[in-house]
Design a protein around this ligand. Structure first.
Ligand SMILES: C[S@@+](CC[C@H](N)C(=O)[O-])C[C@H]1O[C@@H](n2cnc3c(N)ncnc32)[C@H](O)[C@@H]1O
Length: 267
């Protein structure tokens, strides 16, 4: 066990979240994904048509299916048995040629070296232990010149000690960050933005890492870091969902990384 929770424990938490996660995501209930995160990250990814792509931490496959419909040849892995079962059911209902395997993104032994043109990961690498190992495994399964792109909650702002500071009217006026260097595992209970109060909470083990741990894990695996982005909600999104204005006015909710496996091994 590393980083606070074992992969088996993480899988149990996500097994318990899976049915409600799939229902809400498939019903468009993850509004931050629909309005902000997917439009920005899909643009960040670029065109993957015809490419052999691994989705690391694919969950029940919502975004894996989006990439498959856009022409990528997709494989999805997730540590949660129930998430993978839901993804497989969806593939049977609407075949898109996606292969799913239950395994950890930090243990990709089922895949040969250099078997993918790209590895993508949507909001999953902050939810599991062994980030450095995951980067080494992703590097191994990528072909030279292959793309790594992933999104996570912003590690500088989404710390375990973070919270909104509100004025007398309850308006969010600042975001306070605390415990940035505290890597002790913890469990967060949360709902999607503006989810109805009756929606079950997701119970998620968290693995807080510093920005340098992410960047250095990418570099140490052998990648060349190409670009990072911090998507900012649009005015339109904030007007439709005023609860989200703080992520436009104060701090970034998400962080994206794009890196490449060099064409020739570095000396
Ligand atoms: C926030 S969900 C995102 C799921 C999916 N990418 C999406 O966009 O809906 C995080 C996912 O990461 C998965 N996960 C956590 N640790 C993992 C690991 N070590 N290997 C593979 N998947 C993992 C969880 O089971 C969960 O499905």
């Amino acid at each position: 066990m590393i980083d606070g929770f074992s992969e088996e424990e993480v899988a149990r938490y996500w097994d318990a979240n899976a049915a409600s996660w799939a229902e809400q995501v498939r019903g468009g209930g993850d509004v931050a994904r629909e309005w902000l995160n997917n439009p920005a990250f899909l643009q960040f990814l670029g065109d993957l048509r015809g490419r052999e792509v691994l989705d690391a931490g694919c969950g029940e496959g919502y975004n894996t299916r989006i990439l498959a419909r856009r022409g990528a040849r997709m494989t999805g892995v997730d540590v949660s048995e129930r998430m993978i079962a839901l993804a497989v059911q969806a593939e049977r209902r609407e075949p898109l040629g996606i292969r799913y395997t239950r395994t950890s993104y930090a243990e990709l032994g089922v895949f040969a070296d250099a078997s993918f043109d790209g590895v993508v990961s949507f909001m999953a690498l902050m939810d599991g232990p062994g980030f450095d190992r995951a980067m080494q495994e992703v590097f191994r399964v990528l072909r030279p010149g292959g793309l790594l792109a992933f999104s996570i909650t912003h590690p500088c702002f989404l710390t375990k000690g973070a919270k909104w500071v509100r004025n007398e009217e309850g308006v969010k006026i600042k975001w306070m960050v605390g415990d940035y260097f505290d890597s002790t595992g913890w469990v967060e209970r949360w709902r999607f933005t503006d989810a109805p109060p009756e929606a079950p909470e997701f119970v998620v083990p968290r693995f807080d890492r510093t920005l340098s741990e992410y960047v250095n894990g990418i570099i140490a695996a052998g990648f060349v870091l190409k670009r990072i982005e911090e998507p900012r909600p649009s005015e339109e999104y904030c007007q439709a969902h005023p609860s989200q204005r703080g992520w436009r006015d104060h701090v970034a909710l998400f962080l994206y990384f794009r890196a490449e496996k060099p064409l020739t091994p570095s000396g």
